[in-house]
Design a protein around this ligand. Structure first.
Ligand code: SF4
Ligand code: SF4
Length: 160
C-alpha cells in the first residue's frame, strides 16, 4: 500500500511541476511583448544592448581627432593576458628636450576577455567599453586594432 501511495505522490508531483512549466509558457504565449528572446539578426537595426554590456575596448576621439591617451602604459601593465601593446615615440621639442608621446595603442580583441581592467587602470579615462558585439571576421588579424586614429593627437593638458 505504501508503494502505491508513494507512486501516486510522485505522479502528483510530476503533474504539478508540468503545470508550473506550462503556466510560464502560457503566460508568454498571451504576453508576447514581454518575451526577451531577441529575433537576431532580423532586429539588427534596432537592437540595443544593456548599459553594462562589454563588447570591446575603444578609445573615443572628439571632433578635432583628439583622444585622452598619453601613452603611459598603465593599461598594458594592467591587462592580464597581453591584449594591449603601447608603442611610443619621442618628439624633439624646440628647447632641445624630448617628449614621449603615443604612437600606436594596439589592442588585440581576439585575446581580450573584456575584463575591464584596462579601462579602470587608465588614469586619463581614455578607454571605454563599446556595445559592439558583432566581431565575426575572415581572419584573426582583423581583430588586432590600433585604437588611436590616424593623425590623432592627445588632448592638451593630458600629455605625460
Ligand atoms: S578588457 Fe581586460 S583583457 Fe581586454 S584589453 Fe582590457 S585588461 Fe586586457
Ligand atoms: S589608454 Fe590610458 S592607461 Fe593606456 S596608455 Fe593611454 S593613457 Fe595610459
Amino acid at each position: 500500500m505504501n508503494e502505491v501511495s508513494e507512486y501516486i505522490k510522485d505522479v502528483a508531483k510530476g503533474v504539478k511541476t508540468l503545470l508550473g512549466g506550462l503556466s510560464v509558457t502560457g503566460y508568454y504565449f498571451f504576453h508576447p511583448k514581454e518575451i526577451i528572446t531577441q529575433q537576431y539578426p532580423e532586429n539588427r537595426g534596432t537592437l540595443k544592448m544593456f548599459d553594462r554590456f562589454r563588447g570591446e575596448v575603444i578609445m573615443p576621439h572628439n571632433e578635432k581627432n583628439e583622444h585622452r591617451c598619453n601613452g603611459c602604459s598603465s593599461c598594458e601593465l594592467a591587462c592580464p593576458n597581453g591584449s594591449i601593446r603601447i608603442v611610443s615615440k619621442h618628439l624633439l621639442l624646440e628647447n632641445g628636450k624630448k617628449k614621449k608621446i603615443i604612437d600606436q595603442h594596439i589592442y588585440n580583441l581576439s585575446l581580450c576577455t573584456l575584463c575591464n581592467a584596462c579601462v579602470k587602470a587608465c588614469p586619463t579615462d581614455a578607454l571605454k567599453m563599446s556595445q559592439e558585439f558583432e566581431h565575426a571576421t575572415f581572419g584573426r588579424v582583423e581583430l588586432i586594432k590600433v585604437l588611436n586614429k590616424t593623425g590623432s593627437v592627445v588632448m592638451e593638458g593630458l600629455e605625460e
